[in-house]
Design a protein around this ligand. Structure first.
Ligand SMILES: Cc1ncc(COP(=O)(O)O)c(C=O)c1O
Length: 400
């Protein structure tokens, strides 16, 4: 009898299964400007341990049961208070779902709303994780042109009208209005009002991703789209990843309950990690505000180090954004430069990591003459050295 052939799962993959990613941890450069990491030295490790110990002493036996499907209630209460205090968003703990970072709630919204072929709008360059989810559900993703104040309202209206004329009114619009990833700008109040007015005029919901809002080290906060709307058209996600640590995997979504209930059903049973929620809750209620002040002081120095190094090493040959917070600078090289083609080589030879601009484009092709540089992880000295190496590498490869 011949032995059975190996089974091939690829014949079974569902249409909405995700494209595979490279296996294992991606190689990181010593000068790691690729990923939006917070400053490792200031992670509040002792405080998280102390908080966890307290919570385990008080409630640890509750880990024996599956938690509330929306997540650990005291942390949802903290989030509701924080949203009221910081963003003038008034919801209660029942209006909040905790997720595995904010990535999971974004996924849940896509799963709940997107049918194949649906038009989704977003900025011309935008967080690649959300683009991946939109692609997974086979959305027709259309990027709206921006300048350094956010989306251009006239262009947005034209794109909405065009989609409607095709019989495909946009299902929703996704935006990162504050310290935008990857572009670094913050949408002005006027632009926010114009966006909300268009959402109301054309009955189009907005998914507002505010995961960087607390990382302001300069300038004034701008009201959230959620606050400006007041009609339930805005779904709001944010995260503890950038203000505590991505490894805690805790974020949250607030939206009208009909959406929340449906989104919740897309998630497997039980709450998100109650163990992590214990630590984050205790730390958040005692030390998060002062921690945010500390990390913003650190990040301001790092942003300044990167801006100064860009000025020294790219001056006249490139342009870049000057963010008032967040973790990114968006670097524009001359037209025709291809940062994607040389990325792996520069990582290998020069030990500098970055993301090429086309990673953030809905069409995956535009923006190759851009690079996103994150200043969160390295020290100011390393940032100076890494930017010098990057400029030399781009010159060697003929991009400058
Ligand atoms: C704009 C934006 N949204 C969401 C996320 C997801 O982060 P997390 O799932 O860790 O909250 C990121 C991560 O970099 C991001 O930049």
């Amino acid at each position: 009898m011949s032995s059975p052939t190996a089974f091939r799962y690829e014949t079974l993959f569902a249409r909405q299964s995700a494209e595979p990613r490279p296996v294992g941890q991606p190689r990181r450069g010593k000068y790691d400007f690729a990923v939006a990491y917070p400053d490792p030295a200031s992670l509040p490790l002792d405080e998280l341990v102390a908080g966890l110990r307290d919570a385990l002493a008080a409630e640890g036996r509750d880990l024996a049961i599956y938690g509330h499907p929306q997540g650990y209630r005291p942390l949802r209460e903290y989030v509701a208070n924080k949203l009221a205090r910081d963003r003038n968003i008034h919801v209660d703990a029942d209006d909040i779902i905790l997720g595995d970072g904010s990535g999971q709630p974004i996924h849940m919204v896509c799963e709940t709303l997107v049918d194949p072929g649906d038009v989704l709008l977003t900025e011309d360059y935008i967080y690649s994780g959300t683009l991946a989810q939109m692609r997974r559900f086979r959305a027709d993703i259309r990027g709206v042109p921006t300048d350094d104040e956010g989306m251009l309202p006239d262009a947005l209206e034209q794109i909405i009208v065009q989609a409607r004329s095709e019989g495909k009114p946009p299902k929703f619009l996704y935006t990162v209005p504050t310290f935008q990833n990857p572009q670094g700008w913050t949408m002005t109040l006027e632009r926010r009002k114009a966006l909300v007015a268009l959402a109301q005029k054309y009955d189009m919901p907005i998914l507002e991703d505010d995961c960087y809002v607390d990382l302001r080290f300069e300038g004034q906060d701008v009201p959230s789209l959620y606050e400006l709307d007041g009609t339930g058209r805005v779904m709001y996600v944010a995260s503890f990843s950038k203000i505590i640590a991505p490894g805690m995997r805790l974020g949250y979504l607030t939206a009208p309950r009909e959406l929340l209930n449906r989104a919740l059903a897309a998630k497997s049973g039980g709450s998100v990690n109650t163990f992590a929620a214990f630590a984050v809750h205790r730390f958040a209620t005692s030390g998060l505000s002062s921690h945010i002040e500390v990390i913003n002081d650190i990040q301001r120095v790092k942003r300044d180090a990167m801006l100064a190094a860009l000025e020294t090493h790219f001056n006249g040959d490139a342009a870049w954004s000057r963010p008032e917070g967040g973790l990114f600078i968006w670097l524009k090289l001359p037209d025709g430069a291809d940062t994607a083609a040389v990325r792996d080589k520069i990582l290998e030879l020069d030990d500098v990591g970055y993301h090429a601009g086309n990673n953030f484009a809905p069409d995956m092709v535009s923006g190759k003459n851009y690079a996103r540089l994150c200043f969160g992880y390295n020290t100011p000295e390393e940032i100076g050295e890494g930017v010098a190496r990057l400029a030399a590498a781009f010159r060697r490869e003929g991009l400058l």
